[in-house]
Design a protein around this ligand. Structure first.
Ligand code: BJW
Length: 230
């Protein structure tokens, strides 16, 4: 098992107190996805979208990495091969938990992006619609988040690493959003073993060779212990 690729979703941060999207009372039950997570929604009402991410940024800053985030950092530190964590989450709990080799494929809530020149900078805790870019001075600041219809980040690197994976694990993601939901198929094509760690089978659960069921703070540390001992 030298090359390990791990995809994480909102479920890994749930026990840190951050809401998931598709739970009955989750973020998409409280907000219309078309309004807050599309470029069209941002063009229509930038203040609504900026306020949504201001709230999420404050919640993420209050949250602490949990035992699952820390276990993945331990795996990276102690495994003799390569470990890449690809997260769909925009919180910084993986890096705050110690993970170094990490891709934020859907962006980061603590980052701002200039829609005019692509410059990135650390987002202030409270962004305002129409904030100016420190590089080009255009009033074109936006949250550095990948919305529906936009291309997720570092896809070439992700697919290249999936193509060399010996083990692919998906933790706490519902398998509803592509391209991330297609990673299991890509890993299988590369001959990788596959494991899904979740409270329940995801929408692409039938594609995984193995399932570990239960809350991430319990299942992930136990899975990492077993992997490091094997
Ligand atoms: C626990 C737990 C605990 C709870 N322990 N587990 C038709 C077919 C195929 C694709 C498309 C299509 N029509 C449109 C598309 C493309 C579209 C898409 O996928 N749409 C679907 C709705 C069908 N995708 C896109 O537009 C993407 N871009 C794109 O495709 O570009 C073109 C391209 C082409 C080719 C190659 C590459 C690219 C962009 C997607 C952007 C997603 N953005 C969001 C919002 C922004 C980020 C933010 O605000 O935070 O990202 S949507 C939202 O969903 C967010 C998440 O990252 C993402 C995934 O959600 P996640 O993490 O899975 O959360 P939940 O809530 O769904 O699930 C939580 C899971 O945890 C559950 O399973 C629980 O059981 C579990 N859980 N507690 C363990 N304690």
């Amino acid at each position: 098992m030298s090359n390990i690729v791990i995809l994480t979703g909102a479920g890994i941060s749930a026990e840190s107190g951050l809401e998931t999207f598709r739970a009955e009372t989750g973020l998409w039950a409280q907000h219309r996805v078309e309004d807050v997570a599309t470029p069209e929604g941002f063009a229509r009402d930038p203040k609504l979208v900026v306020d949504f991410y201001n709230t999420r940024r404050a919640q993420a800053a209050e949250a602490a990495p949990n035992a699952a985030h820390k276990a993945l950092a331990r795996l990276e530190a102690e495994h003799s091969g390569r470990v890449l964590v690809v997260t769909q989450n925009v919180d910084a709990l993986h890096e705050r938990g110690g993970t170094r080799n990490l891709i934020h494929m859907h962006g980061a809530v603590n980052s701002a992006l200039c829609a005019a020149c692509d410059h990135r900078w650390e987002a202030p805790m409270v962004m305002a619609a129409g904030d100016t870019c420190p590089a080009c001075s255009q009033p074109a600041a936006r949250p550095d988040i990948v919305w529906f219809g936009e291309m997720p980040y570092q896809m070439d690197e992700i697919f290249e690493t999936l193509g060399q994976a010996d083990l692919f694990a998906a933790i706490g993601t519902s398998g509803n959003v592509y391209p991330a939901a297609g990673f299991v198929a890509e890993a299988r094509r590369a001959g990788a073993d596959t494991v899904e760690i979740n409270l329940e089978p995801s929408s692409v659960g039938s594609q995984f060779a193995r399932h570990i069921t239960g809350p991430a703070t319990q299942t992930v540390p136990a899975w990492v212990d077993a992997l490091l001992a094997s």
